[in-house]
Design a protein around this ligand. Structure first.
Ligand code: GLN
Length: 393
């Protein structure tokens, strides 16, 4: 049979995030590659989902998601994000925040439109755009502070630009965009009449810096899609419950696309998410304290073996630089570490518009149970600090 595949999938391959996660699983290693977040979900979340299953809440939900969840999202948007929204018209529950991004992109962009993305980026943003025939144009964030200038942002705009994609706190850099940066982005979007799509899935995971939603600014609100979900906040990445907040007219489109692609997010898991959203403030405070300790342990370990970690202000990833003389490329380093001590990471090259910019970096995920992270760190320490010098001579 002469099998034909669509042009749109010809240049797309499995992500390095999943690839090293799978290899690690097969060899029973410790997985610090994919951000799977393998920690226990809160009982309130699990109990609410179990109750929904027991009560046979098993049918399709409203195409925008169950009312209870949309009301809980509206409350959370008001209290935490400082964004008011109408749960009937301005919220849609999606199949994960990646599902949200797919619906937003399909609702607003045509093939050959251009979108601004900050690099390093989350590959699923860029590859979903590619799948839809949309071109990403990049603004470089420069380590260690992941800074960029307003002039660089302006310079990336062309007559074909339709949207700016943000991720704050960012995967993989951990950058938390400042108010000044966000106001600058809002200004550019207004000037060139662009949409803004902001992925805020790590919004509760910050270390001393305030998470700011760009939709909080009146000048951005009418053109912004805020995307988030339950995955990271309640450690349920496989549940695939995400959501979009945006202007009513745009959300009508997002809801229809969501219906066509997915019908709805899994009904009992939407109820489970409501259980999470009713948790007290202390849950979030404890989660942040837990991640802070894990960030410290991983940063100390990486330093002790000769890496230079870029300690994140938010999210649960850490990019860390190494000397190329030690292992060669980032891919070689990932594989070498996996083979030597059974700890998986992701090559930094997977996250940059020009892969060579990340070829001296690895991304480590620290969303692990403390015992597993300690085991990973024990193994990493076996690599020793001095190998780079030995390898260089
Ligand atoms: N967001 C997570 C990461 O960056 C998981 C992504 C995925 O598996 N698609 O690792």
């Amino acid at each position: 049979m002469n099998r034909q595949f669509a042009d749109r999938v010809k240049t797309i391959k499995q992500s390095d995030i999943r690839r090293y996660s799978a290899i690690c699983g097969a060899m029973n290693g410790v997985n610090l590659s994919q951000g799977v977040c393998d920690q226990p979900a809160p009982d309130a979340v699990k109990d609410a989902a179990k109750r929904a299953i027991d009560e046979d809440r098993a049918s399709y939900t409203n195409l925008r998601g169950i009312t209870e969840l949309r009301q809980a999202i509206a409350r959370k948007m008001r209290d935490f994000n400082k964004v008011t929204c109408d749960p009937e018209a301005e919220i849609c529950v999606n199949v994960g925040s990646a599902g949200s991004f797919a619906c937003v992109a399909l609702s607003t962009l045509n093939p050959s439109d251009e979108v601004i993305v900050f690099s390093p980026f989350y590959g699923y943003h860029v590859n979903l755009l590619k799948l839809f025939g949309i071109t990403a144009r990049f603004v470089d964030l420069k380590p260690p502070s992941w800074s960029y200038t307003q002039a660089e942002l302006e310079a990336a705009i062309t007559p074909k630009t339709r949207m700016i994609v943000l991720c704050t706190p960012a995967n993989p850099s951990g950058k938390v965009f400042t108010e000044e940066e966000l106001r600058g982005i809002a200004r550019v979007a207004e000037k060139h009449d662009l949409w803004i799509a902001t992925d805020e899935i790590y919004e509760y995971i910050t270390y001393g810096k305030e998470h700011i939603s760009i939709a909080r600014f009146p000048e951005a609100r009418g053109r912004t899609f805020t995307m988030s979900g339950a995955s990271k906040t309640y450690a349920v990445t496989g549940w695939r419950v995400g959501y979009t907040i945006g202007p009513a007219e745009a959300l009508d489109r997002v809801a229809v696309v969501n219906d066509l692609l997915y019908i709805c997010a899994p009904a009992p898991l939407q109820y489970g998410t409501v259980g999470g959203m009713n948790l007290p403030e202390s849950y979030y405070i404890e989660m942040r304290a837990d991640y802070l300790a894990k960030r410290q342990l991983l940063a100390d370990t990486l330093r002790s073996i000769g890496f230079t970690p870029f300690v994140p202000d938010g999210s649960y990833y850490m990019l860390a630089a190494f000397e190329n003389g030690r292992w060669g490329t980032a891919t070689a380093a990932t594989e070498s570490i996996l083979n030597q001590v059974g700890v998986a990471s992701v090559p930094g090259s997977a996250f940059y518009r020009d892969p060579t910019l990340g070829d001296n970096q690895l991304r480590f995920c620290f969303a692990k149970k403390m015992g597993d992270l300690e085991e990973a760190c024990r193994r990493l320490r076996k690599l020793g600090a001095r190998q780079s010098l030995a390898a260089a001579v």
